[in-house]
Design a binder for this molecule. Structure first.
Ligand SMILES: [Zn+2]
Length: 555
């Protein structure tokens, strides 16, 4: 992960100069001439950052990676001399090594191993690149060689003690044991017990800030609750939870979570289900689609789903617009409006096409609108497909940051498509966990957990479910109807505009407002197109979308 993250991070060609000048500025007690002789003492050459951009960029990336390694060593092998480890692992030449030992205090004051700058240089100029200079190789290959060298040297380090300390600090072992004692039922010894009485903590009066021993995610009581880490959860840590009095933001600090929840989100990250590295939760929106079996998934299910869900494992999406001859999904659906083999084939080719495109844009690291399934091993109880529109911290284009209505309207469209593809129940929620224990509790084929009221035009008389009923009365099923309306509305959102103008996906909220209030929304959109385009009629797909809206609303 560190290697991948380093490859994605922006290289900084001035990093070496900045670091050395920073030392000069901060360490007032440096001997005279320290800066002037730094190159000879450590056997390095400070090349001009612009003229030798490639080398300086590699140097900054190697340094960045080794800083991670330095903290890892500090945590996993607390007693060891890290500088010695680096000097050995990278075979830094005698002279510079001796000087670095002598200046250890200057380079490592405050606990950060800045000496890795020198180590990184000698790695790039050392035996690993005897065949070809590092600059002649792509950065990925250079970092891979670095990674391999570190892995080799790390394998000789005894990390058991450090790991034990880290796990103890999290309370993982004790917590997993009590979790199993609470939840594991053995058929030959049916009994269970609650480890500690959570009720007292649970019913105690709420305060403004997070205190106590109750996990704000799962409501379990734990001796080991800690403030949650937003970088692992990929969500806000201080916004409203059910453990504090309502306020826009909880004071004091992040809400608490238990070791089990922390472990869950660490594992999700490892399984590739976190936000992409360069996205930030503050501008990203995620909706979770839990795909549940009627009873349980059998090995036959898994064999059947594997090819269907493959594009999601690669990261794909649900395109709602056409790009030239590459149709979006609404266009394909409106062609026949039937869950037939042709539709499945069209759907598969669109999902594969988008997965290919996204692979070219960075695959799992692609920041944008995407749908994905984490790596799965064994036989799951459910599949978790995440729809997300990931955006950077600094994103200034408002079209790249989803609104609540846009996100839900897309997630509903995705849920109808997935439900039709798998014949499974789909539970759609913004919560990162499944609030339902038994799929049999879910009566409808799609259940939405707290959708915005704006979606009511798509959901019909019910407000938060989509059912399969309807056929028995000679009508289209609830699922078909919702897919009809969604596909038609997305077509209208994308295509009703004047020539040479374009629309944003978030404009769907205005289209929904019309659908919710006018029984003749289809006609309204049809006329609007004519007004914007000198009285021309919409082209066939858009005309069909308007027709479908009228037909579905008349039912
Ligand atoms: Zn928890």
């Amino acid at each position: 992960m560190v290697r991948d993250e380093t490859i994605m991070a922006k290289p900084a060609p001035k990093a070496a100069l900045d670091e050395i000048d920073g030392l000069v500025a901060k360490r007032k007690d440096l001997p005279a001439g320290w800066r002037d002789t730094v190159e000879t003492r450590f056997g390095i050459t400070l090349l001009d950052p612009k003229e030798h951009k490639t080398f300086n960029e590699l140097w900054s990336q190697a340094r960045r990676y080794l800083l991670y390694v330095d903290t890892l060593l500090r945590d996993l092998n607390p007693g060891a001399n890290r500088l010695e480890w680096f000097l050995n692992a990278f075979g830094v030449p005698e002279g510079p090594a001796a000087n670095l030992r002598q200046e250890a205090d200057i380079w490592a004051r405050g606990g950060v191993g800045k000496y890795v700058l020198i180590v990184a240089y000698h790695f790039l100029r050392g035996p690993d690149f005897a065949d070809r200079p590092a600059e002649a190789l792509p950065p990925e290959q250079v970092l891979e060689r670095l990674h391999q060298r570190v892995l080799g040297a790390m394998s000789k380090v005894d990390t058991q003690v450090g790991r034990q300390i880290a796990v103890d600090r999290l309370g993982l072992r004790q917590e997993l044991e009590s979790y199993l004692a609470e939840h594991l039922y053995l058929s030959f010894a049916p009994a269970s017990h609650l480890e500690a009485d959570g009720l007292t903590g649970y019913i105690s009066a709420k305060g403004k800030g997070h205190t106590g021993k109750i996990c704000s995610l799962c409501n379990r009581r734990s001796e080991f609750t800690q403030e949650l880490r937003t970088g692992i959860l990929d969500d806000y840590g201080r916004v409203f939870s059910n453990r504090v009095l309502p306020a826009a933001e909880a004071p004091q600090g992040n809400r608490l979570w238990c070791p089990i929840c922390q472990l869950e989100f660490i594992l999700r990250k490892v399984a590739g289900m976190g936000l992409p590295a360069n996205a930030h939760y503050k501008n990203s929106r995620r909706i979770y689609l839990y795909v549940l079996p009627t009873y349980s998934f059998t090995p036959e299910h898994l064999r059947l789903f594997e090819p269907l869900l493959r594009p999601f494992s690669r990261v794909t999406g649900f395109p709602i617009r056409d790009y030239g001859s590459d149709w979006g999904l609404p266009h394909h659906w409106l062609e026949r409006r039937r869950f037939d083999p042709d539709w499945i084939e069209d759907l598969q080719s669109v999902l594969e096409r988008l997965a290919d495109k996204i692979a070219g844009w960075g695959g799992p690291n692609f920041v944008g609108e995407r749908a994905l399934l984490g790596r799965i091993s064994g036989q799951p109880h459910y599949y978790l497909i995440t729809w997300e529109k990931a955006a950077r911290d600094t994103e200034s284009d408002d079209a790249r940051v989803a609104t609540n209505t846009e996100a839900w309207a897309k997630a509903l469209f995705a849920a109808t498509v997935i439900s039709g593809l798998t014949s499974c129940k789909v539970y759609v929620t913004e919560r990162p966990y499944l609030p339902v224990a038994d799929p049999a509790e879910l009566k409808s084929t799609i259940t939405l957990d707290g959708p915005p009221p704006a979606l009511r035009g798509l959901l019909g008389d019910r407000t938060d479910t989509v059912s399969l009923y309807g056929r028995e009365r000679g009508r289209r099923s609830g699922l078909e109807r919702t897919l009809d309306l969604s596909a038609a509305l997305w077509t209208v959102t994308a295509d009703v505009h004047a020539a040479n103008r374009s629309t944003k996906d978030k404009h769907v909220s205005g289209r929904l407002a019309v659908l919710n209030t006018s029984p003749l929304a289809g006609a309204t959109f049809y006329k609007e197109y004519g007004r914007l385009n000198d009285g021309q009629s919409p082209y066939p797909t858009l005309a069909r979308a308007c027709e479908v809206l009228l037909e579905a609303q008349a039912e």
